[in-house]
Design a protein. Sequence first.
Length: 282
Amino acid sequence: MKIIAGPASQLLASRVAQQLGIQPTICEYKQFPDGEYYTRILDDGIDDVTIIQSTPQDSDLIALLQLIDACENAPKINVVIPYMGYARQDKVFKAGEPVSARAIARTINADRVFTVNIHEKTVLEHFNADSFDLDASHLFGNYIRSLNLKDPLIISPDAGALELAKSASSDVGIPYDYFEKTRHSGDSVTIKDKEIDVVGKEVIILDDMIATGGTMAESIRMLKEQGAAEVYVACVHPVLARNAVVRLYNAGVTEIISSDTLEKAQSKITVAPLIADAIKEL
């Protein structure tokens, strides 16, 4: 088995290879003056391959497609997309709109595709491959337990992420709850002041991703006003676009915790064991 690290997942792929006791395959990546991308795998051996590449940018998707094409002679091609861009665009809201998540998924031709806590699991149906979503919630539960907090409480920012909070809390025996969130548009969200006892507690708000941080910042302020001792925010995918980090710290967050599906300074949890275990079972 070869582990091929895409340009957006160099560290994570190296950690997966380390878990498996092998060396990741070296690749060459560069950009031509006209903006086109060039990819080359510096190993011509014929083996099963696992390509690990998140796609936060359009160029990362191009690199992934190039890597898949370069491996067309491999007996088996497994693709791991830890963070899949466009996964939130999974519905048509206005006439003439594409289902962008479907359009992207249909470009991936492989034997198996793995994602990690994809925003909407129905997207898996559109891949031209057997597809599986890996759940990193227990990794977050274990990390939260390692913080040795006195009186922790895990909160989901909405009912949609409740299963993530429930799963993270189940193994470590930490109570959980959720806010009632109403989304009015892509940028407009209202958080209802739900009856949750947070006085003196260390609250961890857990979601699948943080994009601009607006909803999280509002939640942090609300919890602080209700008497929470500390507020942490945690997410599987740290998109953290624009000035999200500054907004969260201005709101009073104690710490931002995320995984390395996207490699950021806040990526304190690695999903490498999760991916390695999936590969071992192939």
